[in-house]
Design a protein around this ligand. Structure first.
Ligand code: BES
Ligand code: ZN
Ligand code: ZN
Length: 477
């Protein structure tokens, strides 16, 4: 699907079909009101009325804001894709709605069909946006192009997440990172098992040991000439999480190809940053590993020495993401002196219990920084919620045998105790610069919602670019 912005009123654009949004308050003054009333159209939230003789889809929205437009645009686009029209036009009535409408079209119209032998074809090819916002065109165009780049990076993440564990192994992730590096002019370093051994990344190696697909550490770097800041991103890349010897129940194992979504997100973020040419140096570190069972599998009762020297008592091999992150966080901090350190991980089912299936959990020591992320998420169309640390929760991961235990002694607050585990692997000077994002709920969906279709959602990309764009305009403070 091709999207384009025109500095023309909607009426002067030639397209097969028009999508219009109407609030209940605007309904009675609509030019087609008698017809709409006759059809029983009340402009209720995401209620449609298709008038083929007018080549028009009317879509109800409760009120006019970015959130309602984003989701209504996605639903209306899906409706339009069901017909045989080839082109579509939509008015942009306000500059504030640009990214919502672009997301509605590009994210809402996303389909992953690589595994279908006969994918359904949509005839809709051309989506035309008309500038009816009164804003000057060059400024609107910059915003529009930015939104397109971000949405495409989000879909790039979805494509990676949606691939099967057979196709997207740790080695395949390294190949995907390498080709991103080639096309976007990034630096790319890959460590194989020998490299991981040399770096003493024993926790990550233990998790991957029973798999026939050996682990890879991936480091991508975007280095503009005079960066205002240096940012490190770390992603959990479990290409499959069977749970290991603490094997998952059959039903919980299904969808665990998505346990690599954090890794895919950091690749998508660095892709967008490099295409937007931000003056910020970004490093993306990925721990790509498969957690399997076997005679050589790591076990509950093992004690592992992580890269930073700390020892970990393993009591559950399904709490593997934090073990991989412990080593990758250690490696990342040793290799890059960054101003900020953010990690993205489908870390705990408990995060979904706490916040529901749509919301990313935000954790860390720096209250102001977490609030910045809440604001960035809201502006970008993602949902985030802060889960607070406290010193009592920290006691729950104490170990009698080693420095720290990989699971909590109590069954509640699991998203926070997982983050407090990670805290053991954050250097003293980075504590206030670190934020952890638990995307277990937000990264994948089996039922469409908002701009998300079945599968990976690309969670983390839009909010991170929003936060980085703000940093980029703040200058050298
Ligand atoms: N990858 C899972 C977390 C997860 C669960 C992500 C559901 C997405 C959907 C993680 O490795 C895991 O298994 N965590 C355990 C931790 C427990 C053993 C302390 C969990 O959440 O049950
Ligand atoms: Zn697990
Ligand atoms: Zn996992």
């Amino acid at each position: 699907m091709n999207v384009a912005l025109y500095n023309q009123p909607l009426s002067s654009l030639e397209a097969d079909l028009t999508i219009e949004f109407v609030t209940p308050a605007q309904l009675e003054s609509h030019r087609l009101y008698p017809l709409l009333a006759q059809a029983g159209f009340k402009a209720e939230s995401e209620q449609f009325c298709t008038l083929h003789e007018h080549r028009l889809i009317l879509c109800g929205i409760s009120e006019e804001n970015a959130e309602t437009f984003r989701s209504a645009m996605a639903s209306a686009l899906k409706a339009a894709m069901g017909y045989t029209y080839t082109s579509l036009k939509i008015a942009i009535s306000d500059k504030k709605l640009v990214s919502a409408l672009v997301d509605g079209v590009l994210l809402g119209g996303y389909k992953f069909e690589s595994y279908k032998s006969d994918p359904k074809k949509t005839s809709l090819k051309e989506i035309m946006f008309a500038n009816e916002s009164g804003s000057d065109f060059p400024a609107l165009e910059i915003l529009f192009n930015q939104s397109v780049t971000i949405a495409k990076a989000t879909n790039f993440v979805r494509d990676l997440v949606n691939q099967t564990p057979y196709d997207m192994t740790p080695q395949a992730m390294a190949v995907a990172a390498d080709s991103l590096a080639t096309s976007n002019n990034l630096e790319c370093t890959i460590l194989d098992v020998n490299g991981l051994e040399a770096e003493k990344m024993n926790a990550m190696l233990a998790v991957g040991r029973a798999s026939i697909n050996p682990p890879r550490l991936i480091h991508l770097a975007y280095k503009p000439s005079n960066p205002k800041k240096v940012i490190t991103l770390v992603g959990k890349g479990l290409t499959y999480d069977s749970g290991g010897l603490s094997l998952k129940a059959a039903a919980s194992m299904v969808t665990m190809k998505m346990d690599k979504a954090g890794a895919c997100a950091v690749m998508g973020i660095i892709k967008a940053v490099s295409e937007l040419k931000l003056d910020i140096e970004v490093h993306a570190f990925v721990g790509a590993v498969e957690n399997m069972i076997g005679g050589n599998a790591y076990k509950p009762d093992d004690v592992l020495r992580a890269k930073n020297g700390k020892t970990i008592e393993v009591r559950n091999t399904d709490a593997e993401g934090r073990l991989v992150l412990a080593d990758v966080l250690g490696y990342a901090q040793e290799n890059v002196k960054a101003d900020y350190l953010f990690d993205y991980a489908t870390l705990t089912g408990a995060c979904m219990v706490a916040l529901g299936p749509y919301t990313t959990g935000v954790m860390g020591h720096n209250e102001a920084l977490k609030q910045e992320w809440m604001n960035a998420a809201e502006a970008s169309g993602e949902y985030c919620g802060i889960l607070p640390f406290n010193r009592h929760l920290k006691k729950l991961i104490k170990s009698d045998l080693a420095d720290v235990c990989n699971v909590s002694s109590k069954p509640y607050g699991g998203a926070i105790t997982a983050a407090l585990f990670l805290d053991n692997f954050i250097d003293e000077n980075m504590k206030e610069k670190w934020v952890h994002f638990d995307i277990a709920g937000s990264a994948y969906t089996e039922s469409a919602w908002d701009v998300h279709t079945y599968g990976g959602t690309g969670a983390g990309v839009r909010m991170s670019i929003e936060w980085l764009l703000k940093l980029n305009t703040q200058g050298n403070n």
